[in-house]
Ligand binder design. Structure first.
Ligand SMILES: Cc1cc2nc3c(=O)[nH]c(=O)nc-3n(C[C@H](O)[C@H](O)[C@H](O)COP(=O)(O)OP(=O)(O)OC[C@H]3O[C@@H](n4cnc5c(N)ncnc54)[C@H](O)[C@@H]3O)c2cc1C
Length: 490
């Protein structure tokens, strides 16, 4: 079995398939496993370069159990209590806590009398989480009737899962601030709350009431390290710095991969590389009927992310581990990115100080700071070569004005734009989170994990089912491994 890519999807699938008895070889373009969940070490600072919010930890525990191991023996997960602080455009703040009595005091200050509605919001989100997860996320939808069955359609209507997220949240909260605080979570997936389906209220629910928000000791990359270690113990072979040039197909069946001009045979191929890229570049015209099913040009993409990884002199006392700074023009910010495909004038942004929880991520007396500004994926309205410098200035201005971080405290800097997301990981359109999750790109409508065009060709990762985000990709790895087990046989 050949796997193209050692992102979280590739790693999780490699673990499962090896545990099922397959001989697995992983070919990774870069010199590091984890893909977007990467690590940067420079100037004495340590940064997780992608995911920073660890949710739904049961998915990782189950992955380790499937190989007869215990996650706790590989990495320690720390629960975060003061989950994050939201700073609104007018500088008012709200700290999101799992301790509900504390949180309720805060939300009552913003919207007096809101408590019963807040509980109704949680109840509704819980319903979406439970049903959404078991009926839609954790299922393969092998056949159209699995998705379009009467029972499913009834559930979709009943849960109002496909209603508009922001409109749904607005039914529970009247103040703009609480509407924003409980809709910003769609940004985790590169989506706009004004366009995303309401099912994503499961995100604030998982943070507040289900499993909560966690951080691995050693940083997010410690989870990647744990998975890599387990994969190696099980016997997975990794070929690093080995970009796959194409999937070898004979008589309509995937027979292996081509690396550095050499054909490497395999019984089946699993592409963890971004699906639209894999269709176009690795399968080419062979993916014609996959294309027909999901014309690449018609796919909708998530937003991208402009990143600053900064080493800061002194401690960032006025910030928590996770911090959201919302634009005074919250809606316009999303419209600029998603509707107009241009850089927002007054961006919302997200800032993480992991050294608050893991001091080893910065030298003594300093902090590491990760700044993520949602921006459009690559398109005609932004030229990063031309516009990049002015945008960088804007972000530094925001850091000074909104976080009190002056530029003279920056002792290390690395910038990443959508061009880098595209070039470093082969992400189509530089869309940092993969293809979008509009109604026609979720469930049965999302590109399937099994190629329609090439036998023995499978997909795992953010742009196939069930969707983006590390827990979903990990669930996808289980679903595809089960499918390969049934179809290819161990
Ligand atoms: C800035 C940012 C923040 C995020 N924050 C969160 C978060 O807080 N929580 C969360 O759950 N999710 C978050 N996400 C989303 C999450 O990172 C992704 O959904 C997930 O990591 C995707 O994993 P993947 O395996 O599908 O893809 P990838 O990580 O892209 O892995 C694919 C791998 O394939 C390799 N590859 C590509 N082409 C080839 C080729 N030709 N040959 C060989 N190898 C190839 C790539 O180098 C890469 O290593 C974030 C994403 C970003 C970008």
């Amino acid at each position: 079995m050949a796997i193209v890519g050692a992102g979280m999807g590739g790693l999780a699938a490699a673990i499962r398939l090896t545990a099922m008895g397959f001989e697995v070889e992983v070919f990774e373009k870069n010199g590091q496993t984890g893909g977007r969940m990467g690590r940067l070490e420079a100037g004495g600072f340590t940064f997780d370069t992608g995911p920073s919010l660890l949710l739904m930890t049961d998915t990782y525990r189950e992955l380790f159990r499937s190989a007869g191991r215990d996650l706790d023996d590989y990495v320690k997960l720390i629960p975060l209590d003061g989950q994050y602080r939201v700073t609104f455009g007018d500088v008012d703040t709200l700290t999101i806590r799992r301790a509900l009595p504390e949180l309720i005091k805060e939300i009552e200050r913003i919207e007096p009398g809101v408590t019963p509605n807040f509980y109704r919001f949680l109840e509704d989100a819980c319903y979406k989480y439970r049903l959404g997860r078991s009926e839609f996320v954790e299922r393969d939808f092998d056949k159209a009737k699995d998705f379009f069955g009467l029972r499913n359609l009834r559930l979709l209507l009943k849960t109002k899962a496909v209603n508009n997220y922001y409109r749904q949240v607005s039914k529970f909260f009247t103040s703009d601030k609480l509407r924003q605080a409980f809709s910003l979570q769609t940004m985790y997936l590169g989506l706009s709350p004004f366009e995303a389906p309401a099912v994503y209220s499961l995100l604030p629910y998982t943070e507040l009431a289900e499993d909560g928000l966690w951080f691995p000791e050693g940083g997010m990359y410690a989870l990647v390290g744990a998975m890599e270690k387990l994969a190696m113990e099980l016997g997975v072979t990794f070929h690093m710095n080995s970009p796959v040039e194409k999937v070898v197909v004979t008589k309509g069946r995937a027979r292996g991969v081509m690396v550095d001009g050499e054909e490497i045979e395999a019984d089946a191929v699993l592409a963890n590389a971004d699906l639209p890229y894999a269709y176009r570049e690795l399968l080419g015209e062979r993916a014609d009927s996959d294309f027909k099913l999901r014309k690449r040009g018609k796919l909708q993409y998530t937003a991208s992310a402009y990143m600053l990884y900064l080493g800061i002199e002194g401690k960032l006392d006025n910030m928590l581990h996770h911090n959201f700074y919302l634009s005074e023009r919250y809606r316009e910010n999303f419209e600029a990115i998603f509707r107009d495909g241009r850089l927002p004038d007054d961006p919302s942004f997200y800032a993480v100080v992991p050294s608050k929880t893991e001091p080893r991520m910065a030298p003594e007396g300093m902090d590491s700071l990760f700044v993520l500004v949602p921006v459009p994926h690559l398109g005609p309205n932004v030229d990063w070569e031309r516009d990049g410098e002015a945008f960088r200035e804007k972000v530094y201005g925001l850091l000074e004005r909104r976080c009190g971080v002056s530029r003279d405290r920056v002792v290390y800097e690395k910038v990443r734009t959508p061009l880098d997301w595209r070039d470093d990981y082969n992400l189509e359109e530089g869309a940092a989170f993969g293809i979008g999750h509009g109604i026609f790109q979720v469930g049965y409508f999302r590109p399937p994990m099994v190629s329609q065009a090439v036998e023995g060709m499978y997909f795992v990762g953010a742009s196939t089912r069930p969707g983006t985000g590390v827990p979903l990709v990990t669930i996808g790895a289980r679903l595809v491994a089960e499918r390969i087990g049934r179809e290819v046989g161990a």
